[in-house]
Design a protein around this ligand. Structure first.
Ligand code: P6P
Length: 337
């Protein structure tokens, strides 16, 4: 039996008490995200058993085929979050535009940005997938419908960010800012509770020699990216070789491993994706805050991800995320070209 059992709700309350300025609204918002995660987890874990595998036949704003579970997860989050009075608007990777709060509901002061089910192309082969979320305080006048400006804020202004990974177990990992640290909660299905299993996560230092990138795109990268990966491959005998390559192709899984074991996760720009593939608002910025709160870093190759002010809801970025030492090394190689 663990020394003490801490549910995510208890943890959120304790964090609120530790921050007198924190409002109960913020805590309630986090509860509701955890509730949505439990509902999605239940369906994801039954995906093979009921008819929600496969695609809906639609394509989303990214031009990607929408999986039935994508659409389900999107709906669960919208319906769990739209009526409690926390939010002035939402934005989802699955939607072209911002999602307003229905007029019949109270308008709140937070903004929720989310990728309902990242890595969904892996659903049918039972590879871990995840939900990614980002919370900002609104910048537009209180009491009015949320606006695009409320969504297009730099990652350093996030008041909370995290992810849920639906794998061998379902875990919710979140931070309320660099000072608050990063904490991981594992869902106990028999209780229907997220229990604190990974308090105060810190990226291991010195960094693990693990790099994570889709090397099939090597020929499409710039010279700096190629030389960086050559170093990780031990091509010139630097670092005494000895890096391992680990790439799952489901970002939440690759980032979760990087957070717990150390190393670097990369999705560089390439000739087919000159701005990179990963989205700033729904993927890079929230995971960058989690990484920074665990003592790591995230960069687009020259700037810190958290400093980037997105111009559009679906802007993309190259991403180098993980142990600060390795992200700094990546920036050095990209500067040298
Ligand atoms: P590639 C999944 O579709 C995703 O958005 C991320 O979860 C993942 O890291 C990336 O794309 C994988 O992309 O080009 O390696 O298949």
């Amino acid at each position: 039996m663990r020394s003490k059992v801490v549910t995510i709700d208890r943890h959120i309350i304790d964090q609120e008490r530790a921050h007198p300025a924190a409002s109960g609204r913020f805590s309630a918002l986090l509860y509701d995200i955890a509730l949505a995660a439990k509902i999605i987890s239940r369906e994801v874990n039954m995906a093979g058993l009921i008819d929600i595998l496969g695609a809906t036949g639609d394509t989303n704003v990214q031009g990607e085929r929408v999986q039935k579970l994508d659409a389900f997860a999107h709906e669960v989050i919208v319906k769990a979050m739209d009526h409690a009075g926390h939010l002035c608007c939402m934005a989802s990777e699955e939607c072209d535009d911002i999602i307003p709060i229905p007029e019949r509901f109270e308008i709140g002061n937070y903004v929720l940005l989310f990728d309902p089910l990242d890595g969904s192309s892996n659903i049918n082969v039972n590879v871990s997938i995840g939900t990614i979320f980002s919370v900002h305080q609104r910048v537009s006048p209180r009491g009015t419908p949320g606006t695009l400006a409320d969504c297009l804020q730099p990652g350093l202004r996030q008041v909370a960010a995290g992810y849920v990974i639906y794998g061998s177990s379902t875990m919710m990992v979140y931070t309320t800012g660099v000072e608050g640290g990063v904490h991981g909660f594992t869902l106990d299905p028999s209780l229907g509770e997220f229990l604190l299993s990974h308090p105060a996560i810190r990226i291991p230092d010195p960094p693990a020699r693990v790099y994570s990138v889709n090397e099939a795109y090597y020929a499409r990268w710039g010279r700096g990216e190629q030389r960086l990966v050559d170093r990780f491959r031990g091509v010139n005998g630097e670092d005494g070789g000895g890096y391992k390559s680990r790439y799952i192709g489901s970002m939440v899984s690759d980032v979760h491993r990087t957070l717990l074991q150390g190393g670097i996760f990369m999705y560089p720009r390439d000739t087919r994706a000159p701005a990179g593939k990963l989205r700033i608002l729904y993927e890079a910025a929230p995971l960058a805050l989690v990484c920074a709160a665990a003592g790591g870093r995230a960069s687009d190759g020259s700037r810190d991800i958290l400093d980037i002010v997105p111009e559009g809801l679906h802007d993309r970025t190259p991403l180098f995320l993980g142990s600060a030492e390795l992200v700094n090394l990546a920036e050095r190689y990209l500067r040298e070209r």
